[in-house]
Design a protein around this ligand. Structure first.
Ligand code: HEC
Length: 293
């Protein structure tokens, strides 16, 4: 007759599984303070005790029908502590006599196959994995619970809302309020790459549009370089429609132009000009005498 798992082990396993599943659905350990969780624990413990009591009754009945030797063997085994028994069951090697019982009736080259039972820990993991898989696939297919796509959409909406919120409190950047800041150069460079590089080249050395690294400018509507670039990017060129009004059109925002203008200021004032000999476009317009920012 087989020994039974002690009830406290069952209860520990049940509590462990409950914590795992509660955590899966709540996604935080807040449930540890919830009466629902502890209610489930208490009910599970009562059920485990009832299960164990019924098991005791069945065991007593079976015990009565054992032969005296079997009874003695059973009682002796019952004295071994549960974990020792578990360890033995998991790692015990078969004796030669036991091996004979599970030998499968075929072999080759002296190699024989044994019909071993699967280890308990393996079976346990297998059943747990299967149950988990069913719950997971069902949740993934039919609910929004922890679903990557719905989580992504949710986060996306929240981010759009927070951008809108930010822009409401943040006054729009205009040519009057825009200021040069070295912190904007890196971001400005990226914006310049996407919006302007097709005509002015990535380094601003010019192509379809003029060279922005030299000191010659066709358009000089403002007194300072930074404002001049802002002005051109917002309003476009009055004479050449190729340089369109990116700001007025709504293609780039005032805050973005503030960054782009910082980048253009940087390549014009803080880096040496890209001369025609270095592949830059030839100077166009007249020499500029910018006022200090
Ligand atoms: C489709 C091509 C094109 C794109 C894209 C473009 N530009 Fe221009 N840009 C030009 C042309 C052409 C001129 C010359 C305008 C003129 O002759 O008045 C110009 C002129 C300018 C000027 C004034 C230069 C001067 O010498 O007067 C600035 C500043 C400028 N662009 C900045 C930008 C910025 C910043 C962007 C990106 C937001 C940009 N441009 C995108 C074609 C372009």
């Amino acid at each position: 007759m087989k020994q039974r798992t002690p009830v406290f082990i069952n209860i520990l396993i049940i509590i462990g599984l409950l914590i795992v599943f509660y955590y899966l659905f709540v996604q935080s350990y807040e449930f540890l303070g919830s009466p629902y969780f502890w209610g489930t624990v208490v009910i599970s413990c009562i059920l485990a005790y009832i299960h164990s009591a019924i098991g005791d009754l069945i065991e007593n009945n079976k015990f009565k029908r054992l032969s005296p030797e079997e009874k003695a063997a059973y009682l002796a085994e019952k004295k071994t502590p549960y974990f020792t028994r578990l360890y033995n069951a998991a790692f015990k090697k078969q004796s030669a006599a036991e091996e004979k019982d599970i030998l499968i009736d075929h072999g080759f080259d002296g190699i024989m196959e044994l019909d071993n039972q699967l280890p308990k820990w393996w079976l346990g993991l297998f059943y747990f994995g299967t149950a988990f898989c069913i719950v997971y696939v069902a949740a993934f297919s039919f609910t929004n619970f922890a679903h990557p796509i719905s989580e992504y959409e949710q986060e996306y909406k929240e981010q759009l809302a927070s951008i809108e919120e930010y822009q409401k409190t943040q006054p729009p950047v205009t040519i009057e309020t825009a200021k040069y800041s070295a912190d904007n150069i890196a971001e400005g460079k990226e914006l310049f790459k996407t919006n302007c590089a097709s005509c002015h080249k990535e380094d601003g050395s010019g192509g379809i549009g003029p060279n922005l690294t030299d000191n010659f400018w066709i358009n000089q509507p403002e007194k300072t370089l930074f404002k001049n670039v802002f002005h051109m990017d917002w309003n476009g060129s009055p004479t050449n429609p190729a340089m369109r009004a990116f700001g007025k059109n709504g293609e780039v925002s005032g805050a973005e132009i503030e960054k782009i203008a910082a980048y253009v200021y940087h390549i014009n004032q803080e880096l040496p000009p890209v001369t025609p000999a270095q592949g830059g476009a030839a100077p166009q317009g007249t020499e500029a005498h910018w006022e200090k920012e």
